[in-house]
Design a protein around this ligand. Structure first.
Ligand SMILES: Cc1ncc(COP(=O)(O)O)c(C=O)c1O
Length: 457
């Protein structure tokens, strides 16, 4: 059979609330035109993020009941540790309440003023945690990663020449570690090839610099390697994932993505000294090392989720259903970041709204219109998230890309929900010339996209 189906039956349903355009105009205005400020009840289809929004399986919910809530030495921790260690191969598995907590601990130890931390592309929380420590976060993506319309198999890769130049220039005195984000969320959710992971590791290790994976979407990345990289067609996704981790010295992980849970994460590494320092911080900021900011039942759900995410029927459906949305939008002529990513389809707002300049935030304008038109919540990944305005000179530095991410929660929406999304984006595309830019009314000093308020121009 050619039809790829959802590899599950639906046991529990949650109603979604319909609103009219007039209601949404009022709601959006009250929210300061920031979609993060919306109440979920006012959203019909929520594609803000794939993080923490997965539907858990019956076995995960059973695990929630099995959770051992012992303070120290919970058996749920040991199950979680065994499964995470089995997949990653890392000696130390340190549970945290989510990915950014793992980042915070790692960079409070390894970061600091004068340090430089390269990555194919830092995610916003990773960048913010590095910068908060006083270090510089440097993005070194391959050039194709900045060309939305160009098709390519591994547009998430690290630019190896740029990395080598950076390692030579700064050396291990200034570079305490290098990161590699799989898949590359801020560059269209594009995968990183095994060859690129291996070569990045070789370069880093040649300079005695450890490599850490930002492994939130390790299973989706591994499946892309199976589909696209010669020599991996017959390997299991579990084996591919294990090989990916084998080149690294540690990882940060938000289990809210490929852990298929609503909360959780971990920090993992081989270095005993680093692990001891990380656990010391963990005890102060997260909790005892056998729960680290999570309940025992969360650890059970993550352990089960990490097993389920490696099911190749699931990954086939997952990657194919995201590609379906991207392909249908492309047929309508809608410019998207090509090819569709693992967890999301990214609209290319620069090409969608060429009449709106970056300082008028075309991505934010488009995201607002998708909400007004069809009740769909998406996320701007452009100059609101990554652009900067110099507080002294007032000079505006735009982001490299102006994207709107339609992130697809795992196991939540059906094909007809996605058909509705395609229809809505298509209708907004038809009337794109009528859309206007937007300006920032107020913003916080860091991670402004979460709480800034806007006004349409
Ligand atoms: C690539 C990447 N790294 C880190 C994070 C942070 O994870 P968390 O939201 O669990 O703190 C995210 C979250 O979206 C992400 O996509």
């Amino acid at each position: 059979m050619k039809t790829i189906i959802e590899p599950f039956k639906i046991k529990t349903v949650e109603p979604i609330r319909f609103t009219s355009r007039i209601e949404r105009e009022r709601i959006l205005s009250e929210a300061g035109h920031n979609l993060f400020n919306l109440h979920s009840d006012d959203v019909l289809i929520d594609l803000l993020t794939d993080s923490g929004t997965a539907a858990m399986s019956a076995k995960q919910w059973a695990g929630i009941m099995e959770g051992d809530e012992t303070y120290a030495g919970s058996k749920s921790f040991y199950r979680f540790e065994e499964i995470a260690r089995g997949i990653t191969g890392f000696r130390h598995i340190i549970p945290t309440h989510q990915g950014r907590a793992a980042e915070k601990i790692l960079f409070s130890i390894m970061g600091g003023a004068g340090k430089v931390i390269p990555n194919n592309t830092h995610f916003d929380t990773t960048r913010a945690n590095i910068e908060l420590s006083g270090a510089d976060a440097v993005d070194l993506p391959v050039a194709e990663g900045s060309m939305p319309s160009l098709k390519g198999d591994f547009k998430g890769n690290m630019d190896l020449e740029a990395l080598e130049a950076c390692l030579r220039r700064e050396g291990s005195e200034r570079i305490p570690l290098c990161m590699l984000t799989v898949t590359n969320n801020s560059r269209g959710g594009q995968p990183v090839s095994m060859e690129n992971i291996r070569k990045t590791a070789e370069l880093c290790h040649g300079h005695r610099i450890p490599l850490f994976l930002d492994a939130c979407r390790f299973a989706e990345n591994a499946y892309f390697i199976k589909l696209r990289e010669p020599g991996y067609e017959k390997r299991s996704v579990r084996e591919i994932a294990r090989e990916m981790f084998s080149y690294a010295d540690g990882c940060t992980m938000s289990a809210k993505k490929d852990g298929l849970v609503n909360i959780g994460g971990f920090l993992a590494m081989n270095n005993d000294d680093l692990a001891q320092r990380a656990r010391s911080i963990l005890v102060v900021t997260e909790g005892f090392p056998t729960y680290g900011g999570l309940a025992g039942h969360d650890l059970e759900a993550i352990a089960q989720g990490l097993e389920e995410v490696l099911d190749e029927h699931y990954l086939k459906y997952r990657i194919r259903s995201v590609a379906y949305v991207g392909e249908r939008l492309s047929l309508l002529g809608v410019p998207i970041f090509q090819p569709p990513g693992g967890h999301a389809v990214y609209l290319d707002a620069k090409a969608f709204l060429p009449h709106i300049p970056p300082h008028e935030f075309p991505g934010q304008a488009l995201a607002c219109e998708l909400y007004l038109h069809g009740g769909i919540r998406s996320c701007e990944i452009g100059s609101v998230m990554f652009g900067k305005t110099d507080t002294n000179s007032g000079a505006f530095q735009p982001a490299g890309l102006e994207l709107v991410r339609l992130a697809i929660p795992r196991r939540v929406y059906t094909q007809s929900h996605m058909d509705y999304v395609v229809e809505c984006v298509g209708e907004v595309f038809e009337k794109r010339d009528e859309l206007k830019g937007i300006r920032i009314v107020s913003e916080p000093p860091v991670l402004r996209h979460f709480t800034a308020r806007f006004e349409p121009l």
